[in-house]
Design a protein around this ligand. Structure first.
Ligand code: SAM
Length: 336
């Protein structure tokens, strides 16, 4: 990009207004130094990070960089390679930073979230996928790769699918899988539909999206005993938990809270997993970090589950539980 003096002045004015430059440089002198790599080194992005930090935004610098990358349309690691930007871009950046400082979630500003190799659309009325759910996703792929040995394509079921991200990331990574996904909230379901259509158009194996209640004892009766892998990131936060502003004001509460103990959805979900899984199939359920042993106990208490294991997140906090559907004595006798 070539930039004449007039444009440089505009960039400088935009930036000075934004970062509140009060030193003696004339706008043009200051503007001459303004290429994006310098901004990412220490000016607009640093100032944006300061604004976000003062507003109490966690990981302020990261968010400042992600929003800068978003406005200039590059991947974050390439920010330093972006040449001069015009004042319109800086204005856009400034207004996004102001919104983030008002604690509008980052993903509502960028309009997207990623898992595995896919990116889905995110916005008002749907739960914002969390990085920790990548662990559940990673475990699922490893399970299908290492522990699934049937010749038929694996049947996978994502309960509480929200934007559909987990189901769609699995369908993307495992085109052979038959993936079903269940969601109760119509708004969330419409985001999932939009994302599922986009992924199918991009060439992924289409998934089967179903409106349903994962606590319903008749859920998906046509799949009974036929599912190889169930994954679920259900609502699981105990009701009296103090959550961040972003969660309180922007995540749908039915996506977050689950009764006084955080287990009101997981409890019936465990029963449905027992009914829907094929013998030998597995289930993995994300839970609140206060509920690791309690979630594991819900599986152990059902005798049809074995090999129950608790899995921590990267910070070492209890994050998801895995269990294997075993045959009851009657089923074993029938099979023999
Ligand atoms: C924590 S969000 C997870 C969404 C998605 N799996 C993810 O990881 O981003 C939980 C989702 O479960 C949905 N949900 C809550 N209760 C449900 C129920 N009884 N049956 C089906 N879906 C439910 C919510 O609407 C929300 O979309």
């Amino acid at each position: 990009m070539t930039v004449d003096d007039e444009q440089v002045g505009a960039i400088g004015a935009g930036l000075c207004a934004f970062v509140g430059v009060t030193h003696g440089d004339t706008p043009t002198e200051a503007a001459r130094e303004l290429d994006w790599s310098r901004l990412s080194d220490g000016r607009a992005i640093l100032e944006a990070a300061r604004i976000l930090e003062e507003a109490g935004v966690p990981n302020a610098r990261t968010d400042a960089e992600i929003l800068a990358a978003h406005v200039v349309g590059v991947e974050r690691p390439r920010l330093g390679l972006v040449p001069l930007v015009d004042s319109g871009v800086l204005d856009q950046y400034q207004s996004l930073i102001a919104e983030r400082a008002r604690r509008v979630p980052l993903q509502h500003l960028t309009g997207e979230a990623s898992m595995g190799d896919i990116t889905v659309a995110i916005g008002k009325g749907v739960f914002i996928p969390r990085p920790e759910t990548e662990l559940l996703f990673g475990w699922s792929l490893a399970y299908l790769e290492g522990s699934y040995h049937r010749e038929e394509p694996p049947v996978v079921l994502d309960l509480c699918t929200g934007s559909g991200i987990l189901a769609l990331a699995i369908a993307n990574a495992r085109p052979d899988a038959i993936v079903h996904a269940v969601e109760l909230d119509p708004t969330a379901l419409s985001w999932a539909r939009r994302n599922a259509e986009a992924q199918a158009q991009a060439g992924d194996t289409p998934i089967n999206l179903v409106r349903g209640d994962v606590t319903d004892r008749n859920l998906l009766s046509e799949l009974e005993g036929g599912v190889d892998l169930i994954v679920a990131n259900p609502p699981y936060v105990p009701e009296d938990t103090d959550v961040d502003v972003e969660v309180r004001e922007h995540d749908p509460s039915m996506a977050v809270f689950a009764g006084a103990d955080g287990l009101s959805v997981i409890r019936p979900l465990v029963s449905n997993a027992a009914r829907l899984l094929r013998i030998g199939g597995a289930v993995a359920v994300e839970h609140d970090d206060t509920n690791g042993p309690q979630t594991a106990e819900l599986f152990r208490a059902r005798r049809v589950f074995g090999e129950v294991s608790e899995h921590p997140d990267l910070a070492g906090r209890p994050r998801f539980v895995v269990a294997r559907r075993e045959a009851t004595a009657a089923e074993a006798a029938w099979l023999n």
